[in-house]
Design a protein around this ligand. Sequence first.
Ligand code: SF4
Length: 202
Amino acid sequence: MQVAEVIYSSQIYGPGKRTVLWLQGCSIQCDHCWNDELWSFKGGIKKSPAQMIEAAIQSGDDGFTLLGGEPLDQAPAVAHFIMQVQSAGFDVVLYTGYELHELSTPQKKCVQMSDIVIHGRYVHELRSENLLWRGSTNQEILINNSKFSGLDLSEKRQVEIHLNEIGHVKVVGYPTPELLQSIASRNGMMTSLKSTGNGYEI
Ligand code: SF4
């Protein structure tokens, strides 16, 4: 799979603690997509299921979330990935901008294999920052694994701040402008705030 970015131990893209992979490339190209840096199919790094399983174990994560870009534009590799990580005991949350009726046979297979699927286009006019796991109100959550059928899916605004080993801050989810400003001015010094395909880097 061609992967643009990974974060570990996230709790805002599915239940429990998750390794989140943003896949490179999207052919859907929704209006006002804020991940348009991930549209190109050039770029990213090839990651194998074995590499990612090892990293998720090190992080103590329960599952994987596949985001985009558009994961189903890499359907054969994604199906292989899902099979391998589920065999290793991880659950899978799959995001797709496709509607279910648009799926090809290999894409349908990925949806059927995943434990939870968030599907549908991002529609800017229907954007809400208070939707659990989703960006716009038309998007739907499909739960394929009964283990997750009792989840609380009510509205909540979520944001996470990740700090890497060299002190770089990554903010994902829906931060308020005030929160971003306060992080950017930490230690009393304004630092640069850069919007990236999947969040903000400081
Ligand atoms: S919102 Fe998702 S599906 Fe839509 S263009 Fe952006 S990356 Fe692609």
